[in-house]
Design a protein. Sequence first.
Length: 477
Amino acid sequence: MLDFSSVYVIAGLSVAALLFIMGLMARMYRKAGPHEALIVYGFRGTRIIKGGGTIIFPMVEMCKELSLELMSFDVAPQQSLYTNQGVAVTVEAVAQLKVKSDPVSIRTAAEQFLTKRAEQREGLIRLVMEGHLRGIIGQLTVEQIVKEPEMVGGRMRATCAEDMSKMGLDVVSFTIKEVRDKNEYITNMGRPDIARIKRDAEVAAAEADRDIAIKRAEASRASAIAKAQADQERVAAETASMAKQAEAERDLDVKKASYLEASKRAQAQADKSYEIETNRQQQTVITEQVRVLQIEREAQVKVQQAEILRREKELIATVLKPAEIERQRIETLASAERQKLMSEAEGSASATRVKGEAEAEIIFKKGDAEARAMNVKAEAFQEYNQAAVVDKLISSLPEVVRALSEPLGKIDKVTIVSTGNGDAAGAYKLTGDITKIAAQVPALFEALSGMQMSELLSKVRLIGDKAPKPQPPSTKS
C-alpha cells in the first residue's frame, strides 16, 4: 500500500500538471475585441474572428489583428487644383474611413493592408482620395466650391465609394476645411455683395433716421396737445372741487344744527317716556303681589276647611261602621281634590288675564310714547329755517373731518418727500387730500338719498317764516 507521503506527491503533481495545461490553453486562446478582427491562418485555412475568440495551435497556426476603428487623416494636395474656370485653388479636407464589418470586406482589407504599417495604409488611401478630389474640383466653379462645401463632400463620398469598397473600406465622411487661391479670386468674389449690403444698410439707416424724426415730431405735438388739455381739465376740476367744498361746508353746518336740535328733543322725550314706563312697571308688580297674597289667603281658607272636615269625619268614624267611614273618606278625598283643581285653574286664569292686560297696557303706552316723540320731532323740524340748517351743517363739519382723518392718527411715523411741484409739496399734500375727501361727503349724501342739496335747502323755510303746527294724532282714552 502507498503511504501518505506518496499520495501528497501524486496530488501535487496532478495539480501542477492541471495548472500547466490551463496556462498553456490560456496562451493558446486568443480573443478579438469589438474594435478589431482576428485573422487566423494555418493548417485549418484562413479564418476571421470578430467579437469572439479561438484557440491558436502553436507552430501550425498564426494570427494577426486588423483594426476596425475609424481612420481620420487630412487630404491636402500639394499641387494647386484647377476649377472649370481655370482658377488655381488649394483645397484642404478631412476624410474619415473605416474597414467594413462584413467578413468579405474584412478579408479584402486584410489581403491589402494586413502587412502594411498605418502610415503606408493612409498614404495609399490619400493618393486615391486626392485623385478623385482633383477630378471633382475640375468640374466645379470657385463659387460652388466655396458656397456649397457639403455638395463637394457628397460628390467625393459617392465617387470614392466604389474604389474604397474594392479595398474593403467605407467612406464615413469627407469635409472641406479650407479653400484658398493665390490670385485673391475668393476675396474679390464677395466684394460686390459687400458693397450692395453696405449700400442697403446705409439706405435703411437713413430711412430709419427719417422715420424716427417724423415720429418724434408727431409725439411732441401730441404731447403738447395732451398737456394743454390736461391743464384745462385740471383747472376745471379744481374750480368744481372748490365749489363742491363750499356747498358741502354749508350743507354740513345746516345738518349739524338740525341733528343737534333733534337729538336734544329726542333725549328729553326719551327721559320722560322712561319715567312713565318705570311707574307703570311698578304698578304692575304691586298688582301681581296683591293677587299672589289673595291666592295664598284662599288656599289657607281651603286648608282650614279641609281640617274641619277631617275632624268631623274623625268624630263620625268613631260611631259609624267601617264601611261608612271608608265611603266618607273617599268622598272627602274626591271633594278636596276637586277643590284643589278648581283653585289651581282659577289662579292660572287670573294670572294669565293679568299678564295679558299688563302686556296690552305696555304696548299701548309704547305706541303712545313713539307717537308723541314723532310729534315733537315734527314740531322741531317745522321750527327750522335756512339759518338753523346752515348752522347745523357747519357745526357738524369738524366731526366729519375728524372721522375722516382718524386713520392718520393711528400712524406711528410719516415720511414726507417733497418734489416741489406746486401745491403738492410737503405736509400740504396730506391736508389737501383730507379736504378733498371731506368734499365728497355731499356727493355721497346725494348718491344715497337721490336728492340734490339745492333741492333740500329750497324746501327749508326762509328766516322769519312761521311753520304750521302739525296736528297731534288722536289718542284713545
